[in-house]
Design a protein around this ligand. Structure first.
Ligand code: IPD
Ligand code: CA
Length: 335
């Protein structure tokens, strides 16, 4: 496959570099975990607050970002680099990705988990060409799980198990009464402002709609099989690519939290669109996700049933989610 000015051979070479870099960065991350478990330099994990007391950064986030950005700048000096901690130090909160080939990385997604030694944290490396994430590498070192993809090369767990996990005899379709029988993944996020009808309250109302019995909530009850929050948007997407999560709905995270995960999920056959329901949920088009929109709805890969294509069952599920969730407000210049 040719993407922008990149041939498949060039993409393959970049992909191999990104996988190696993800593993090395994960080893650095894990060495900090081991230091702490062994009591080195005390066992407390120090952190600083960014926008509020749940938006935190550790020295490890900073060090891993420098490690990754240095390696990328040495290897690919003409590519643009966007990393969470570099961005956080700048003044702009605009969406900065343009036509240039861009590395979009989160050195540590799930920083709160990392500080609590809850194992759901990872390195996230996305490569974007013409606004599309074409390569994704996610490495969760505590579980030694590497998720990766390159356009035209499939999506993989640990480079040998193809995603989604269930392929034979075929990839399962979405359940006929989705969101019933679906595992629904969502995040509380960092916007904790206790404003009536603000984002946090709208999320909670949406969560309750998805969880409630089908006769409940004025017909909006989703009766999902289960609700899950991993505390890492990146891993939520990786688990959706595995097929372990059926649906992921989230507002408020940023492009570095999703770039690699979107690349992997799309290559696995998933669908990613906006979290916010359009004016007409029955008939408005299901648009491709905008990377910087901070509003995401992802559906796992799905195969055909006797009555629908996999894509039809994914789109049906999107509309059923939109019927039950509230619009969130995360507008932002440039996105
Ligand atoms: C956060 C995690 C979390 C999501 C937040 C992200 P960080 O990233 O992905 O699950 O709800 O919106 O900012 O700060 O741990 O890299
Ligand atoms: Ca981060």
């Amino acid at each position: 496959m040719v993407v922008g000015s990149f041939s498949q051979d060039e993409l393959d070479e970049i992909y191999a570099f990104a996988i190696d870099l993800g593993r090395k960065a994960g080893d650095l991350l894990m060495s900090r975990v081991e230091q702490r478990m062994d009591g080195g330099e005390g066992n407390a994990q120090n952190f600083e607050e960014k926008d509020n007391s749940v938006d935190i950064v550790t020295q490890t986030d900073e060090d891993v970002e420098v490690f990754i950005s240095t390696a990328l700048k040495n290897k690919y000096p003409s590519h643009k680099f966007l990393g969470e901690e570099t961005y956080a130090k700048g003044q702009s909160r605009d969406y900065l990705i343009d036509e240039q080939p861009t590395w979009c990385i989160d050195p540590l997604d799930g920083t709160v988990n990392y500080t609590h030694l809850f194992p759901m944290f990872c390195i996230s490396i996305g490569f974007i060409v013409q606004h599309k994430p074409v390569i994704g590498v996610i490495y969760a070192p505590f579980q030694d799980q590497l998720f990766s993809s390159c356009v035209g090369r499939g999506a993989w767990l640990n480079e040998k198990r193809r995603l989604p996990l269930i392929q034979k005899p075929s990839i399962p379709p979405m359940p006929p009464n989705a969101p019933s029988q679906c595992v629904f993944s969502c995040e509380w996020g960092k916007d904790r402002r206790d404003i009536p009808d603000g984002n946090m309250h709208r999320k909670i109302e949406s969560f309750v709609n998805m969880a409630a019995e089908t006769s409940g909530r004025g017909g909006k009850g989703g009766m999902v099989h289960g609700m899950r929050s991993l505390g890492s948007a990146t891993l939520d997407l990786a688990y959706t690519a595995m097929g372990s999560f059926d649906i992921w709905w989230e507002g408020g995270c940023w492009e570095w939290d999703v770039a690699a995960g979107i690349a992997i999920l799309l290559e696995a056959g998933g669908l990613v669109t906006t979290a916010n329901p359009p004016a007409n949920v029955d008939s408005d088009p299901i648009e491709d996700v905008r990377l910087g929109s901070r509003l995401y709805l992802a559906i796992r890969p799905a195969g055909p049933s006797a009555t629908e294509t996999g894509r039809q069952s994914q789109e049906r599920t999107v509309r059923e989610v939109w019927r039950r969730v509230r619009n969130l407000e995360y507008s932002r210049p440039g996105a």
